[in-house]
Design a binder for this molecule. Structure first.
Ligand SMILES: Cc1cc2nc3c(=O)[nH]c(=O)nc-3n(C[C@H](O)[C@H](O)[C@H](O)COP(=O)(O)OP(=O)(O)OC[C@H]3O[C@@H](n4cnc5c(N)ncnc54)[C@H](O)[C@@H]3O)c2cc1C
Length: 406
């Protein structure tokens, strides 16, 4: 056993910070490196599902997220060409399945901020901003990493390394772990506006719009406080260049085509994303563990990427705590790989791809059948509950927890 009991973490996004907090509050020494000079105002994830809120309830994190975010008990599917409400789902149907029968819309930088505040109270956790992990080496008793900071490259070692360094993970690459899957040809654009879609058009805080060959996610976040902001996400044409996509004219035309209005929309943010569907070939290689986007990436329809990453962090940290504090067996880390990698493939990849295909279906007969089926599911409480168990990521959590190595 290494005499250095420290856990090293590459990446100070929400997943790395959560691992640091969960390990640190049990007294385990942690050193986390992030290449940014502090938390970034990263607007990507907001939707936090019931299964994830249940995991974060301890020490009041879910309550804090609800306080700085928005509580959204229902979500809707709309047929965009006819502006018809196809289906509405209410998480109240999950009252016996979760302590949080609702979604919390909390921008990911707020979640990271809540974690950082908690981490600052832990003397055994060090957060090294402006430090980039550039290489990884494994020995039988420890793992060491080269980290580039203001004083050049310095080597740090620990008992385990968590690679939570995002989709382009250096940890994953330096450990030669594959990242199979594909990249969508279109990019996704997010246009954020203070236009009140609920008051003006009757849309709820999470609304999905189907259109032949296209789609839109429209959801509300609290932003800097009331009245909040609405984020609308669309696919782009692969041939369109960045300048035309993000220009005032391009952005206005896109939002107007989906939601025509005589007034001009105020657009306060516009962000373009390349989107992939990929899962690492293993989440464990020796003393190196992958979590969050370093381990799996998917399109954001259904809001599952960070939720999956948080579920990785809770699962992995629990196993590391058992291993390090009560001399639990090393194979716990193989179980982490089995549980989390299986649900990343079977649930998150499958569901997020299916969500996208359902919204953008262009064959009129298939489209009609899909939307009708959604209406029928929403109208039948037993079927709606089953549907919600998947979308709320409770089914995947249950599946992971039931898996054993034997
Ligand atoms: C438009 C959009 C909307 C989304 N909405 C949702 C949603 O509603 N719900 C949801 O669950 N998910 C959503 N997601 C996905 C979500 O944003 C990601 O899954 C989430 O950011 C993953 O968190 P992470 O901590 O694993 O990685 P990241 O947030 O990418 O953090 C990684 C950190 O590591 C740092 N880093 C990278 N390389 C190094 C290195 N070599 N050394 C040190 N530090 C390094 C990075 O700077 C960064 O700070 C959305 C994504 C997009 C694009």
């Amino acid at each position: 056993m290494s005499d250095d009991p420290r856990v090293l973490i590459a990446g100070g996004g929400p997943v790395g910070l959560l691992c640091a907090w969960l390990l640190g509050r049990q007294g385990i020494p942690v050193r986390l490196f992030d290449n940014n000079d502090g938390l970034q105002a990263d607007p990507r994830a907001a939707t936090t599902h019931p299964a994830t809120l249940d995991l974060l309830a301890e020490a009041g994190l879910s309550d804090d997220m609800a306080r700085v975010g928005l509580v959204a008990p229902i979500f809707q599917f709309w047929d965009r060409p006819s502006n018809r409400l196809v289906a509405q789902f209410d998480h109240a149907l999950l009252a016996n399945d979760t302590k949080h029968p609702f979604v919390v819309q909390c921008e990911q930088f707020k979640t990271s901020g809540l974690l950082l505040t908690r981490l600052q109270r832990l003397a055994n956790v060090e957060i090294w901003f402006s430090h980039e992990v550039v290489d990884v080496r494994q020995m039988s008793e420890r793992v060491s990493i080269d980290v580039r900071g203001t004083d050049g490259i310095v080597t740090h070692s620990g008992r385990y390394l968590i690679g939570a360094d995002g989709g382009r993970s250096v940890v994953r690459k330096r450990c030669n772990i594959g990242f199979d899957g594909f990249t969508w040809p279109e990019r996704f654009i997010v246009l954020t506006t203070p236009f009140d879609f609920q008051a003006e058009r009757g849309y709820c805080y999470r609304s999905y719009f189907a259109e032949p060959g296209a789609w839109c996610n429209c959801f509300k976040v609290s932003g800097d406080g009331p009245p909040g902001l609405w984020r609308t996400v669309y696919p782009t044409e692969p041939s369109q260049d960045d300048a035309s996509l993000t220009s005032d004219v391009g952005a206005q035309a896109r939002i107007q085509r989906f939601f025509p209005d005589a007034r001009s929309y105020e657009i306060v943010h516009r962000n373009l994303y390349i989107t992939h569907q990929r899962v690492a070939s293993t989440f464990r290689k020796g003393r190196v563990l992958l979590a969050g986007d370093a381990a799996h990436v998917n399109n954001p329809i259904g809001g599952m990427g960070l939720n999956g990453g948080i579920q990785d962090a809770v699962n992995l940290s629990g196993k590391l705590i058992e291993l390090m504090l009560t001399a639990g067996p090393d194979k716990l880390l193989d179980l982490y790989d089995l549980q989390r990698r299986t649900v990343a493939i079977e649930f998150v990849q499958e569901q997020s791809i299916a969500n996208k295909k359902r919204l953008e279906e262009s064959d009129p007969a298939v489209r009609h059948k899909n939307l009708d089926e959604l209406s029928r599911i929403a109208a039948d409480p037993a079927r709606a509950r089953q549907f919600l168990l998947r979308t709320a990521m409770i089914a995947s959590q249950r599946r992971a927890e039931a898996m054993t190595l034997d």
